[in-house]
Structure formats: structure tokens, C-alpha cells
Write a protein that binds this ligand. Structure first.
Ligand code: 5AD
Ligand code: FES
Length: 349
């Protein structure tokens, strides 16, 4: 077995690899290499963020979506989803509950729902901004025009999450309907950065047809974009999608990619995602130990949680916000980390 340790060392000193080196490292990874990687990744993370874990309160405010991504459970052509959207008052209630639990970042996530027009979003953002001047407002509502993004920003949104999903245009087209393109997705990300958002991108690990070369291209793209956040998690099939019979992404590869991301962008905010917690009972703890430093418990009302199923067996769909918050606190403490209440802005500027 070829020893690829030198590539991890190179990544640590130069913060980048070539496409072929990324591919070789991903293909040739071993448990020993992973152990070495995680050790370096943790060191890097402790240097910048210590043992603090930031929490974001996730509010899944609408599961209406005009898109039809082949992997996603709330795709428009899934007739079995019971569709909901929370009213502005209901969303503000979620924020208040979250604030009282110590959350200082609210992530408004939803499908691409035509009801939430620019005007309605601006109104909502302004009200949250007015009520919670000390909190960060993160949006995760998909592809919009640059003018929309600008208007949300001016209304008080600070951060935006939009995973690029996969950089390679060919791979992208196999995961999405023809109406969506990798280029359009990436343009949104450049717009968001240009406007001044703390921007998050990311991808699924083990999505159908994904090759190590695709992952290498994802790393190159992320390096170029230099985002403030990177969200990755395993692909998990949803029973009502065209990918219902595809294999689930592995814990092992997801953790390896987290470690690589931490070494490539030492100061990036890296969530240990719910999808990771879904494929393994200790997934989120292991994600933190591989270099992640953010968790995003659910603040959505319990009544609608099960309806925001992007994939099967999603965890926490029956738990109150306070329960999730406490559960994560205990989980993080069990591995020597602590959940903190700070806004947790990215140090990757
Ligand atoms: N498995 C894992 N992640 C998924 N996402 C959507 N569907 C799935 C799935 N089946 C991810 C996408 C999206 C984010 C909100 O959730 O990467 O950007
Ligand atoms: Fe939701 Fe553990 S984080 S129950």
C-alpha cells in the first residue's frame, strides 16, 4: 500500500492539492491515514476555535418547493409530502423560543417556495432583525436573483447557505432536472459572496454516480470560493424519490472529507450535520472529532418536523427544541467539547 501521508502533510503546509493529488488521497485513504488526518484537523480547529461548538437554530419554515432534485424528499413531484408553510408569526415564535434557549443564530431554511416572495422575505427578515438585533440571520432558501439576495441582505440577513451539491456539470445534471445547472448554482454563490454574505456551500458525500474525481473538483471549487462555511453530509436515499434504491453515503468517507476540509480551510465553520447523525448514532460526535465545529439542532415546531424529510429516518423529528439543545450539549460534553451561545461568526474572512 502506497503511503499517502505526504499528501496530508502537503495539504497542511500548502492548504491545497492538485486535482490528481486530491483524487489519489481520496482513493487511497486508509483508517491509519484517517487517524492521522483527524489528529491534524483537530489541532487546527483547536488553534482557532478551541473546544467550542457553535449552535445554530434551524427553522424549516416551508416544505413547498418548485424544484425537482432527484435526491430530495420534498421535490415537487413527490405527491406524498404533506406540504406546510409557517406563518410569519409562527416563525417569530420559533425565534423567541430559540433565543430563550440561548441560540444567537437563526437559520431559515425552506424549499424554493413561490409564496415567500422577495417582499414577504424582506418583511420577515426585518422583523427578526428588529426583535433580535444581537443575532445572526442565516438564509437557506435556494437560488434567487442577485437583486433578491441584495434585498435580503439589506433587510438584515447576514449569512446564506447554498450547497453547490457537486461541482462537476455532468454529475450535477445526473442529480437534477434539466432546468437546474451547476453553472447557475455557482453563480449564485459568487453573487452571495460579492454582496457581502458570510457564505456557506457544500455537497453530499456518496451521492449517486459520484466519483473520487468529482470530490476532487468539489475541493478545488471550495478552495477557490473560499467560503465561510462548508456543510457536508452523507447522501441518504428517500423512499419516494428516483434514488430510493441507491446506496447511502458512508460515515467513513464523510468524516474523511470533513478532516480534509478542516486542513484546507483551517478557519472555516464546519457543521457536523443531522444527516451524519442519522446514519450513525455517534455520527455528530465523530464529525466534531474529525474537525467540525458547528451543530444545527432543529427549532421547527414538532408538528411539522416529520414533513421536512429530505431523506429517510431523519433524527430528531419528535423532539422539542429544548430537548435537542440539551441532547447536543450532553453529546458534545461526552467528547470533551462544549456548546457555546456566541454568534459564532466565521474567522475565515
Ligand atoms: N440525503 C442527504 N442530503 C440531502 N439533501 C437533500 N436531499 C438529501 C438526501 N437525500 C441536502 C442537500 C441540500 C441540503 C439542504 O440537504 O445537499 O442542499
Ligand atoms: Fe435532537 Fe438529540 S439533537 S434529540
Amino acid at each position: 500500500m502506497k503511503d499517502l501521508k505526504y499528501l496530508i502533510d502537503k495539504l497542511k503546509t500548502q492548504r491545497s492539492l492538485t486535482r490528481d493529488e486530491w483524487t489519489a488521497l481520496i482513493v487511497g485513504r486508509t483508517p491509519e491515514l484517517a487517524g492521522y488526518l483527524f489528529e491534524l484537523a483537530r489541532k487546527e480547529r483547536h488553534l482557532h476555535y478551541g473546544h467550542d461548538v457553535y449552535v445554530r437554530g434551524l427553522i424549516e419554515f416551508t416544505n413547498y418547493c418548485r424544484n425537482d432534485c432527484l435526491y430530495c424528499g420534498i421535490r415537487k413531484s413527490n405527491p406524498h409530502v404533506s406540504r406546510y408553510r409557517l406563518s410569519e408569526e409562527h416563525i417569530l415564535d420559533c425565534c423567541r423560543i430559540g433565543y430563550d434557549l440561548g441560540f444567537r443564530t437563526f437559520v431559515l431554511q425552506g424549499g424554493e417556495d413561490g409564496y415567500y416572495t422577495r417582499e414577504r422575505m424582506v418583511h420577515l427578515i426585518e422583523r427578526i432583525r428588529f426583535r433580535h438585533p444581537d443575532c445572526a440571520i442565516t438564509l437557506s432558501i435556494g437560488e434567487k436573483s442577485r437583486e433578491d439576495y441584495q434585498a435580503f441582505y439589506e433587510a438584515g440577513a447576514n449569512r446564506y447557505l447554498l450547497r453547490h451539491e457537486t461541482f462537476n456539470a455532468n454529475h450535477y445534471s445526473r442529480l437534477h432536472p434539466p432546468s437546474l445547472s451547476a453553472a447557475a448554482r455557482q453563480k449564485c454563490l459568487w453573487d452571495l459572496k460579492d454582496i457581502g454574505y458570510q457564505t456557506g456551500t457544500g455537497f453530499m458525500v456518496g451521492s449517486p454516480y459520484q466519483t473520487p474525481q468529482d470530490l476532487a473538483e468539489d475541493m478545488l471549487f471550495i478552495r477557490e470560493l473560499n467560503p465561510q462555511m462548508v456543510g457536508i453530509g452523507p447522501f441518504i436515499p428517500h423512499h419516494d424519490t428516483p434514488f430510493s434504491n441507491e446506496a447511502v453515503g458512508t460515515l467513513e468517507l464523510t468524516l474523511f472529507m470533513l478532516g480534509l476540509l478542516r486542513l484546507m480551510l483551517p478557519k472555516v465553520l464546519l457543521p457536523s450535520t443531522t444527516a451524519l447523525g442519522t446514519i450513525d448514532p455517534k455520527g455528530r460526535e465523530l464529525g466534531i472529532l474529525a474537525g467540525a465545529n458547528v451543530v444545527m439542532p432543529n427549532l421547527s415546531p414538532t408538528g411539522v418536523r416529520k414533513d421536512y424529510a429530505l431523506y429517510d429516518n431523519k433524527i430528531c423529528t419528535g423532539d422539542e427544541a429544548a430537548e435537542c439543545r440539551q441532547c447536543l450539549e450532553r453529546r458534545m460534553e461526552s467528547i470533551g467539547y462544549r456548546v457555546v451561545t456566541a454568534r459564532g461568526d466565521s474567522l475565515n474572512l
